[in-house]
Design a protein around this ligand. Structure first.
Ligand code: TNX
Length: 520
């Protein structure tokens, strides 16, 4: 009797203790990647470094005040505009508020910490860029509607990027895109905390930036694009407008003048740039590797001195990209002579030079030249060796593995847009399942500057085409670039992407309902 009562008490005790433990654990349950039981649909992409949810959510008052610490007014205004655009809220900047932005030293570069609770939102960072990325997290955590109001889940997030360079590339040469389209793409990519936009400004099909002293480049060489339809170019004032807009979104513009191949538009504009003095026809097809600047003419270097110094002067960011890819009609010895000379001209502008990985053939690269790797996630031919050459000359790598994050490759056989090389089609799964450190054997984490997702535009003609090819695969590139090394499985990532789809829809960003995602 006494014994059985004893066991009954023990059993009740165990039940009571486990009940308390469960009650505490369930609301706080954290998966290794931070997705919570309570708010599983309100995931953030790229996945934050750490996240701890609490039960419940905070309803935003319709009349909302943001308290912006001095130095953070620009980000606060961006947040206010973003919130007001949802509908149903009226946001103002004030000396006290439900949302507070503060600048405090001590957090990692571009990092932020965010806490959402019953009294509102606290966002802090060491720099404005950190606050800006924290605001992007907030945008993805919002749920609700204009009529029912908006809420944010109770949570604490600590977050910072794995890599300093997180890029997208837009080819404005194969098809030209207006200043407004480029600005919209900048607005789109910051949602994923990308901080660089590489503009491929020149190619065989068109020269897209005005250069003082060389008017034919734009009067003539900009009039074409793939399959006709006119082309176009940026005046220097247009380009300035783009770099300024990008800077207001903490995005660095990386200009590329592709040399010595991919230069038919320039060669067509100036006969004297050709070795035989004869200008080729303008070109509107999609072949590569048939054009080359004349390596032995002094005029070539006078031309490039003008081009590169003017572009450098117009560009506030630290980088100048000089291409160097697919120079298939430049003999190897000429290529080496040319790269040594032009990379020196480029670095004398004061910028850090970037080149596609073929430039690693040169043993005379300026110290610190960055290589952009575009072979596959498992390197083909001598790509890894060429990439390592940049490391040997004190530089780092930007990784753009073509079989994973070339956004111009078809999603599947039925895709209307896109090309099919690079082992394509490229599913969302394939864009996600790779690890930056495993691409080029023999390099270290610190030798990777970052990750960039290029969008070549042979088949891409409009903003809607751009967005559909980029989203959602660009989210894979963003997660590789931002989130810590041991990343969520594809299945967990697919859940994030499903939530991202809701956010994209709310923001009016087009996307492909790619296979592998249970779209809401
Ligand atoms: C390769 S990869 C290119 C581009 C093409 C692209 C199409 C590289 C540096 N160059 O010229 O547009 O493939 O996917």
């Amino acid at each position: 009797m006494i014994r059985s009562r004893y066991w009954l008490l023990v059993a009740i005790g165990i039940l009571a203790i486990s009940g308390v433990v469960l009650a505490v654990m369930i609301p706080l349950a954290v998966t290794p990647y931070g997705a919570k039981m309570q708010s599983q649909t309100l995931t953030v992409t790229p996945e934050p470094v750490s996240r701890l949810d609490a039960p419940g959510s905070w309803m935003l008052p319709t009349s909302l005040r943001i308290n912006a610490a001095s130095g953070s007014e620009q980000v606060a205004q961006y947040l206010a505009d973003t919130l007001d655009a949802l509908g149903g809220l009226q946001t103002s900047l004030a000396s006290a508020g439900e949302i507070s932005l503060s600048l405090e030293p001590g957090q990692p570069s571009e990092g932020y910490s965010l806490s959402i609770g019953q009294s509102g939102v606290n966002l802090s960072a060491s720099t404005e860029s950190g606050l800006f990325w924290g605001v992007q997290t907030l945008r993805q955590l919002l749920s609700g509607s204009k009529s029912e109001g908006w809420s944010l889940p109770n949570t604490k997030i600590i977050d910072y990027p794995r890599f300093a360079y997180r890029g997208a590339m837009l080819d404005v040469a194969r098809h030209f895109f207006s200043v407004d389209v480029v600005k919209k793409y900048i607005d789109d990519i910051v949602l994923l905390k990308l901080n660089a936009l590489h503009l491929h400004l020149t190619d065989d099909q068109g020269w897209r930036i005005a250069i003082n002293g060389w008017p034919n480049l734009t009067d003539y060489g900009a009039k074409t694009q793939v399959d006709g339809g006119g082309g176009g170019y940026y005046s220097q004032a247009d380009y300035k407008e783009i770099v300024d807009y990008a800077a207001s979104r903490f995005v660095t513009i990386v200009p590329e003048i592709d040399l010595p191949g991919h230069t038919n538009a320039a060669l067509a504009s100036y006969p004297e740039l050709n070795c035989d003095g004869k200008a080729p026809e303008l070109y509107e097809g999609i072949k590569v590797g048939f054009s080359s600047l004349c390596v032995d003419k002094e005029l070539t270097y006078e031309f490039l001195q003008d081009v590169l110094s003017q572009i450098a002067k117009l560009t506030p960011g630290p980088y100048l990209h000089i291409g160097g890819d697919e120079a298939l009609s430049t003999p190897e010895a000429d290529y080496l002579k040319f790269i040594a000379r032009v990379s020196k001209i480029a670095s004398e502008t004061g910028k850090t030079v970037i080149g596609w990985h073929e430039m690693g053939k040169s043993k005379e690269l300026p110290e610190g030249t960055i290589g952009q790797y575009w072979s596959f996630t498992t390197p083909r031919e001598d790509a890894a060796e060429l990439a390592r050459q940049f490391i040997s000359s004190g530089g780092k790598l930007i990784l753009s593995p073509a079989n994973a994050i070339y956004l111009d490759i078809k999603y599947d056989e039925s895709s209307q847009l896109g090309l099919v090389w690079a082992d394509g089609p490229t599913s969302l799964r394939r864009s996600y399942e790779w690890e930056p450190l495993a691409v080029v054997p023999g390099i270290e984490e610190s030798q990777i500057l970052g990750v960039e997702a290029p969008l070549w535009t042979e088949t891409v003609k409009t903003l809607s085409d751009i967005e559909t090819m980029a989203f959602p695969r660009i989210a894979s590139a963003a997660q590789k670039a931002w989130s810590p090394k041991d990343q969520a499985s594809f299945d967990a990532f697919a859940k994030q992407v499903a939530n991202l789809g809701t956010v994209l829809e709310r923001l009016g960003i087009k996307f492909e309902k790619a296979a592998g995602v249970d779209w809401h």
